[in-house]
Design a protein around this ligand. Structure first.
Ligand code: PMP
Length: 404
């Protein structure tokens, strides 16, 4: 299967080797077309059924909610909330819990979390005198299940972590983690950041048994500016919205108001309708190509990289996550500034990587370096791209002369 044919981006950027899919995935052509189709042909806003296209808009939102529910394995489509992205979803969860959490309650995170799963909790903790602590990780930077008991107490109210980190990409065993958490304290609300996982793992909420999830559609070949928040109905019932306005109330009098029920309660204002339509189309494409085949292809690329990288001089490099099948390679060249290395990869080989802390500002503490280079692969990359990458790594001695 040639997945690349679905992405004209690569015809427009024929020389580029795009290895930054963990930051954002290139969009399917049909997603890009769907987004403008909505604006050209339907155009209308929701919450009104008076004319044809307004009716279509409502139907489209409802149908997309159903498709997303099916995609992540839940029964009630009204538990799907549209947001602007993972960051918005996680902020909604954190600040919506303000009244639920009491002074000295504990929130557990990991040091690998993205800023979007750190800062909302840190700010809330500061404002409400809550405590934050970090779960122990094992030697592969995965949550150490045997050590959960050292952190979880009766005060622990929230545990929020990424299924796959955006740096090491390591895949946490969510089922086993959740089982152990529930054994230690049944009342904890477990939140899963799926920003990285959504395109590389088949998600079934019923199997994972978490309470809330967050992801962005742009990470799975879909549109920018759209995110999903799912939470169990009981959580959505007590969670307070962070935005108020049109569409999220059913009555307002001079001194009182009544909020709408879910999902409208969390969707004040106009939704990103063209993006929702485009994501609807995106889900059809994922079903057609099958996520399973896409995942298998990404793993094949990582395995290919792992086999080929044996040929390079390992004394010169530090790799942080070669052991896993997730399509990210995190590394550094010893004694060479990662920014310089990243620029040379780009200038000499047209390889687009990301360099820095990758918005996981505590993670570098774990790697004991201030910055790393992240190459992330996806379904439109090829083995030839990997060969070029390996060639570039082998060529490093020549670069060093240019860099230093
Ligand atoms: N969490 C993780 C693990 C991520 O990788 C990202 C995006 N890099 C985010 C959260 C934030 O996603 P967004 O910027 O789409 O809100």
């Amino acid at each position: 299967m040639n997945f690349k044919d679905n992405f004209s981006y690569f015809k427009n950027n024929s020389k580029e080797i795009y290895f930054d899919s963990a930051a954002t995935a290139i969009k399917f052509d049909k997603v890009i077309k769907a987004q403008s189709y909505y604006d050209l042909k339907i155009g209308a806003n929701t919450h009104n059924n008076l004319f044809d296209n307004a009716y279509k808009a409502n139907q489209m939102v409802s149908e997309t909610r159903s498709k997303i529910a099916k995609f992540i394995g839940i029964d009630d489509k009204n538990e799907i909330i549209f947001t602007s992205g993972t960051t918005h979803s996680l902020n909604q969860l954190a600040f919506g819990m303000r009244n639920y959490l009491k002074k000295n309650d504990e929130i557990l995170l990991t040091k690998l979390e993205h800023s979007s799963n750190l800062l909302p909790w840190m700010v809330l903790a500061q404002e409400e005198s809550l405590k934050i602590d970090y779960l122990d990780l094992d030697e592969n930077f995965l949550i150490d299940i045997s050590k959960l008991k050292n952190k979880i107490t009766t005060k622990t109210k929230i545990i929020s972590f990424a299924m796959n980190s955006n740096t090491t990409a390591g895949l946490n065993d969510v089922v086993a983690i959740v089982k152990e958490i529930r054994k230690l304290n049944k009342k904890i609300i477990i939140i899963l950041d799926l920003a990285q996982s959504i395109k590389h793992n088949k998600i079934n909420i019923k199997e994972l048994e978490v309470d809330c999830i967050a992801f962005s559609t742009h990470k799975i070949y879909g549109p920018f500016g759209l995110g999903i928040l799912w939470a169990r109905k009981e959580v959505l019932e007590f969670l307070k919205p962070i935005f108020y306005g049109g569409g999220n109330n059913i009555s307002i009098s001079t001194n009182t108001y009544k909020l709408a029920s879910i999902p409208d309660k969390f969707e004040a204002g106009t939704l990103n309708l063209s993006a929702i339509y485009a994501f609807n189309v995106c889900l059809d494409i994922l079903e057609e190509l099958t996520l399973e085949k896409m995942i298998a292809y990404e793993e094949e690329l990582k395995k290919y990289f792992r086999a080929k990288v044996k040929d390079i001089d390992h004394k010169k490099f530090e790799f942080y996550n070669l052991e896993n099948d997730q399509p990210i390679v995190l590394f550094n060249m010893k004694n060479v500034n990662s920014q310089d290395f990243g620029s040379f990869l780009n200038k000499k080989y047209n390889i687009s990587v990301r360099v820095g802390k990758h918005c996981s500002r505590l993670a570098n503490e774990l790697f004991k370096v201030s910055s790393t280079i992240r190459a992330s692969f996806s379904i439109y990359n090829t083995k030839e791209d990997i060969d070029k990458f390996i060639e570039a790594l082998k060529d490093c001695d020549n670069w060093i002369n240019e860099i230093l």
